[in-house]
Every structure is written in C-alpha cells, then in structure tokens.
Design a protein around this ligand. Structure first.
Ligand SMILES: [Zn+2]
Length: 406
C-alpha cells in the first residue's frame, strides 16, 4: 500500500472506531464492574474471552497462567497487544468521588477502578482487533490480543509464562498502558534486595553477652543510603535511586535480636542486571558484615499455578532509530496527520519481561493518562478511547506494510 491508500484505510478505520465506540464503552464498563485484584482475575478474564469471541477472533483461549487471549490472522509476523486486567487495590473507597466498581460517565470520561490502569487499555486493544475484523482487513501478520494477569504485583510474570511456558513467540509487543495517545519506548527497572545482619540472641537483661543485629544494621543502612550518590545515571532516565523501604527483626521485645533484615527498593537503568546490582551492594555492605540477596516474588495465578521468581524487573529502552518506533509514528500520522511525541514511562510495565528480559522490541501506546493511575479519580477519556482503538486497528497493517517497503 502506498501512503495515499494507507490514508484511505486510516479514514475507514477512524469511522469504524466511532461506530463501535458505544460497544467498546459497554465492554469497559463491564470490566470495571468486576473486581479483579492481582491473582484473582478469573471473572475479568472470562468477560474478556467472551468479548474476544463476540468480535469474531479466529481463536480465543485462556493460557496456562490464566491470561485471556484472542488471535486474528495467521500471517508470518506475530504482533502481541498487551494490557492487564488486574487492578491496584482500593485503599479507602470513601475517598472516591464515585464508588470504584460502579462505572460512571462524567465530563466525557468513564470513571471507575482500573479505567486508566489498565482496563481502558484492554478495551482499546480488543476494539482495535474488532475494527480489523469488521472491515475484513488483513495482512501477513498474526495479531494476538492479551488481557494479562498479575501485572500490579509482578509485572512481566504472566507474559513470561505465555512465552516460556506456553511457547508463544511474538516478534513485537505493544503495551496499552497510560501514554495519553503518545508513544513510550522504555522504562526504568526496579528490584528488591534483602540485606541481612546476624547477631547473637540473649535475654535483654544481659545485652553485653549477646550481639545486637539491629545495631549492626545501623552503619549498613547509612552505607545503602550513601550509595545513592554513585548509582548509574542515564541520559534519558536520569539517575538510579535506592531506598530502604522495610526493616524487620524477630518479634521478641525482651531479647537481643539475633537477626535484622532491611529491604531495599532499587530503581535501575537499562542494562543493569541481577549480578551487577548485587555486586554493587555487596561491595558496600559486606565489609560491614552484612549479606545481600534478591528474594523471590511469590506469585499464584487464578488457575492455581505458582510462578514465583526473582523480584527483579529490568529496565529497557527501544533505540530512537528502531523501525518499530517509525511504525508507531506512521500510524499516528496516517490517522491524525501529526507526529506523536515519544517519551519513556516513569512506572514499570510488562515490558520489563518482553523488552527487558526477552529482548522483544516493545512499544507503548494507550488512551489513558498517567495522572489518573492509582488515583481516586481514576478515569479514561472516551474520545481518546475511540482514537486509541483506531491506532490499534491500523498498527498491524502499517507494521507489515513498512516491512514490505524495506
Ligand atoms: Zn498498569
């Protein structure tokens, strides 16, 4: 297709997106009504599978980790759309202007828990696929639509399971997390480190006979904090950070504590690995008699699978010149006649696995706005929801078309 033909297709897609807007909003409202905290997403997965059937996917299934999947086409290039169905938990429903699980349309936006993170994204990718089906548009691609689980607690774990356990190997991944209709090409990474000191327990009435693990931890904490001055920096992401976020010991108020464990939250630059992070921390704290490990994140799927794995979520960055970014730009230009701004995310996403661990080129685009994520005024703009579905309909055509150009 030349660019004039592509613009014509873009116009038909934009039209169809508007025609399907109410249906898309109804689906989103249904998702918001279903409580789907991490590990407990079954009802939301089933509702998504039902919608994937309704829009006419060629195949619809739930994978072993309980993700909802739909397939369109059987072409050579495999494009995976990902948005997660689990939501952040509501801390205090009385702070919400509307009850979190009762979707309301107000000021041109749909309000409700998960609207911006990430059920608006799920409705977007499902309706991108719906538009392709309705217009009978196809190409040399296989499009997989994934309503993902487990993202809030263990981003990337459900996607890892799809790839490594179920053997689905996408050539590219597009994440419908909040970008406000702009493009995202990376994120900082994060990981958890447990730092431990050990002492000798004795009765608290004779502390001189013991060794106090909490006192031993004091210089270790100071050292961990001081490390912030020398953490890796990056031209785009700025500076890495680490913070002591938890501290624990034995719950025995009348004993000298025999152990103390501090948890460190570290934000990483692309390229940092488990080995490099541990090496830097160990160099700082081992001389003080402390040890460091990266703990396993306990993860259970709603299908009863254990997916425990290291609490390590690598950062990633797609090069400015990567063709995938050009496809995203061309898709935006064909639909709206302008170049989309490109940025990186401040938060972590399923891209920690796809791009950070598996090296699959990954791009972000979504209608949701970052300011509403995990907020009591959680909402997604309805006009943006429609526009984003059009983007997801055109993207696969642009993807294979541009490859044909090369
Ligand atoms: Zn999210």
């Amino acid at each position: 297709m030349n660019s004039a033909e592509m613009n014509k297709v873009a116009e038909r897609i934009a039209h169809k997106a508007s025609a399907l807007a109410l249906q898309q909003q109804r689906f989103l409202a249904d998702l918001i009504r279903i409580r789907s905290y991490t590990g407990d997403e079954r009802a939301a997965v089933e509702r998504t599978l039902q919608e994937l059937r309704t829009i006419g996917c060629d195949e619809v299934w739930m994978d072993s980790a309980g993700n909802a999947l739909g397939r369109i086409g059987n072409g050579r290039r495999v494009i995976l759309y990902n948005a997660h169905l689990d939501t952040n938990e509501v801390a205090d429903a009385s702070e919400w202007p509307h009850p979190p699980l009762e979707p309301v349309i107000e000021n041109g936006a749909m309000w409700g828990l998960g609207a911006s993170d990430c059920k608006g994204g799920v409705a977007t990718i499902v309706y991108g696929a719906a538009i392709l089906k309705e217009l009978a548009l196809s190409g040399d691609f296989t499009l997989l639509v994934m309503g993902a689980t487990l993202e809030e607690d263990a981003e990337g774990f459900a996607l890892r399971s799809l790839v490594e356990r179920d053997g689905v190997h996408p050539d590219t991944v597009v994440l419908a997390e909040a970008t406000d209709l702009t493009l995202r090409r990376g994120q900082r990474g994060r990981c958890e480190i447990r730092v431990r000191t050990t002492g000798k327990a004795v009765h608290a009435s004779t502390p001189h006979l013991g060794e106090n693990a909490i006192l031993k931890m004091m210089p270790v904490i100071a050292e961990l904090e001081a490390m912030n001055a020398e953490l890796p920096t990056h031209a785009i992401f700025g500076k890495g950070t680490q913070v002591v976020s938890l501290i624990e010991g034995p719950h025995t108020p009348n004993s000298v504590p025999s152990w103390c464990e501090a948890t460190v939250d570290r934000r990483m630059m692309p390229g940092e690995t488990m080995a490099s992070v541990l090496a830097s921390i160990r160099a700082a704290i081992e001389p003080l008699g402390a040890t460091a490990t990266i703990p396993d994140q306990p993860v259970s799927t709603h299908t009863g699978l254990r997916l425990d794995g290291p609490s390590f979520y690598p950062g990633w960055l797609l090069e400015q010149t990567h063709p995938l970014l050009a496809v995203g730009q061309a898709t935006g230009r064909a639909l709206w006649g302008e170049s989309l701004p490109v940025d990186v995310w401040r938060f972590s996403t399923d891209g920690a696995y796809s791009a950070g661990a598996a090296g699959i080129p990954t791009l972000g685009f979504g209608p949701q706005e970052e300011r509403y994520v995990h907020a009591a005024d959680d909402q997604v703009d309805l006009a943006k929801l429609t526009k984003a579905a059009a983007f997801y309909a055109l993207f696969p055509l642009m993807f294979v078309n541009r490859e044909g150009d090369q």
